[in-house]
Design a protein around this ligand. Sequence first.
Ligand code: PGA
Length: 234
Amino acid sequence: MIVAANFKTNMTRQSTREYMDVLGAFLSKAQYDDTIMVFPPATALDRFDADIVIGAQNAYATRNGAYTGEIGLEQLEEFDINTLLIGHSERRHVLGETQEDIIHKFNFFKAQGFKIIYCIGEPIEIRESGSDALMEYLECQLDGIDLGYDGLIVAYEPVWAIGTGLTPSTDDVLLIHNALKKMIQRPLLYGGSVKPENAKAIMALSSVDGVLVGGASLKIDDFKSIIQSTDSRI
Ligand code: PGA
């Protein structure tokens, strides 16, 4: 299983370090064979003495240069970071990234051999238009993305489930993940209001290879409890 924490615009350099100390100690005691990833804000990117993959929530498709406010490859290489979130719904819908921007970023970081967690997910009006419309929408978000790339991990995150406390039923998650698995033979995560109360049921689904956790990852005890749910698959 892959259990990933996306801090978004939360936490500081100091609180991230404290968090990583506690999480690292927990993981070394518990000996999970899961992959644990943390995506702190860019200002908290660093090296940590723990068996945790550190990834960037975003980066610009450049080594360096005149891109005010952005970070590029050079800033990630300083900490040996080679894992990146691309296509998150907040970047698509709040920050206006187009599929073209996303493809460009994907191809740049793919050429650098990055592990890419590529996020897709439908807004509520698409969900309400039925399953054909839903799958069509998700397929468009996969357009131009090399689904055979061996550094690819896909995260299915319905937009209406992110940060809302709402989740699709486990039957729906299974149905959509099964359909996606026909197109993508890579690890497939679920994201959107994952919390200690629902993590076990979600990760027990055969086509779920892990979870991407936003809000609930900010509380270390909740995130630990989600990690403890990984042994639920029968
Ligand atoms: P959430 O966010 O867990 O707060 O819903 C998930 C995400 O945006 O990756």
